[in-house]
Design a protein around this ligand. Structure first.
Ligand SMILES: Nc1ncnc2c1ncn2[C@@H]1O[C@H](COP(=O)(O)OP(=O)(O)OP(=O)(O)O)[C@@H](O)[C@H]1O
Ligand SMILES: [Mg+2]
Length: 353
């Protein structure tokens, strides 16, 4: 169980100085457009992940005219109290853990896992595979200790192989990376597959409750299952050279979501897409907990937008049932207040009201 007891931000976008003591359960952040609601969610995400969900250039989160931004927190992690902080200067971010500089990212991520149901949550269903793959990697990272090192080795081999392809290197120079590429890929695939099967029944159950329809997915590892990856790389070398890119491997894995056996991407309505994406996130949170990892903090930006009252109510119930600490941002707090117990955080022009 991880939860924030205190959160501070300084020179973060429109926040000059803000400090708050979140509730252990549901925190409802309200305020007009531009008040700083999403920035508050972003602050929590930044603490956990060291990057923003609003673009990769960290300079954008620093308040205009300032040289740096900082975020500080006290988190309850199991029985312990940990001080987690982040300072952003230029494009880079430095972490602080219990007063000491330079804690490693994976360590912080494990202490304070955060799942973000952002305003573009539907991308998880109706866009390309990248966000689904990121989520799958994230869960696997949290529940399978070996994944991080396999993933790193794989990324290195993939980068080197692709660099050789771009440079038009000779075939044996490109193939020199295949051994490491395939070893790391097989390790990743073994761990991912375990996680996919743990996620599947949970996702199906939550999605059925939320949408009232059977939902499932086909998992694709990123290369044809029946053939050895080594052989596929060899046979595909000419094509890779033409495209200057490695076309097969776990960098191409995907979960093809299905609603009533049809591809959700093509048939799900906006509201159904949102419910399916939320189901995937909530299933991810359950898998972490079942594996004994810290229960993630949930962030949700306008989760009721595009949902009718009945489906919205089911979604809020599903959030609250998890028992996780939840931060919900909404322009209009009324429908949330009516349905669940909340602590309200009201913002106006980057400050608490
Ligand atoms: N680097 C920055 N420096 C100063 N202000 C910024 C910076 N980046 C964004 N802002 C401003 O911060 C304010 C808060 O933005 P935020 O996205 O958190 O608002 P919000 O409450 O989520 O609004 P909405 O309801 O429209 O989603 C906005 O007015 C935005 O223009
Ligand atoms: Mg917002």
């Amino acid at each position: 169980m991880a939860r924030l007891e205190l959160l501070r931000a300084h020179n973060l976008r429109a926040f000059e100085d803000i400090e708050l003591a979140p509730d252990r359960r549901v925190n409802l952040i309200s305020g007009h457009n531009g008040a700083g609601k999403t920035t508050l969610l972003e602050a929590i995400y930044l603490l956990s992940r060291g990057r923003s969900f609003r673009g990769s250039d960290l300079r954008q989160v620093i308040a205009h005219g300032e040289a740096s931004a900082s975020i500080g927190s006290t988190a309850a992690v199991g029985e312990a109290r940990r001080q987690i902080g982040l300072t952003i200067a230029g494009r880079s971010a430095r972490t602080r853990l219990d007063g000491a500089e330079g804690a490693r990212r994976p360590e912080i991520a494990r202490l304070l896992p955060v799942l973000n149901l952002d305003a573009r949550l539907m991308d998880l269903v109706d866009r390309g595979p990248e966000r689904r793959r990121l989520l799958l990697n994230w869960v696997t990272f949290h529940v399978e200790p070996g994944f991080n090192s396999s993933w790193r080795r794989f990324q290195r081999a993939l980068r080197q192989r692709n660099a050789s392809l771009r440079e038009g290197a000779r075939a044996n120079a490109i193939a020199a990376w295949d051994g490491e590429f395939c070893r790391a890929a097989r390790e990743m695939e073994t761990l991912r597959r375990i996680v996919v099967e743990r996620l599947r029944p949970r996702f199906a159950k939550i999605a059925e409750t939320l949408t009232g329809m059977p939902a499932d997915w086909d998992y694709h590892p990123g290369w044809p299952r029946d053939d050895a990856l080594e052989d596929i790389l060899k046979a595909g070398l000419d094509g890779d050279c033409k495209q200057r890119n490695t076309r097969f491997g776990p960098q191409r894995a995907d979960l093809i979501l299905r609603l009533e056996s049809r591809r959700a991407r093509y048939i799900a309505s906006r509201g159904q897409q949102k419910l399916l994406a939320s189901s995937l996130m909530l299933a991810a949170a359950e898998v972490l907990e079942a594996a004994g990892a810290n229960r993630p903090v949930l962030l949700a930006d306008e989760p009721l937008v595009e949902l009718d009252a009945g489906h919205g109510q089911e979604l809020l119930k599903a959030f609250v049932r998890r028992g996780a600490q939840l931060f919900v941002a909404a322009v209009d707090p009324a429908p949330y207040r009516q349905q669940i117990d909340v602590q309200e955080i009201r913002l106006k022009e980057g400050a608490l009201v």
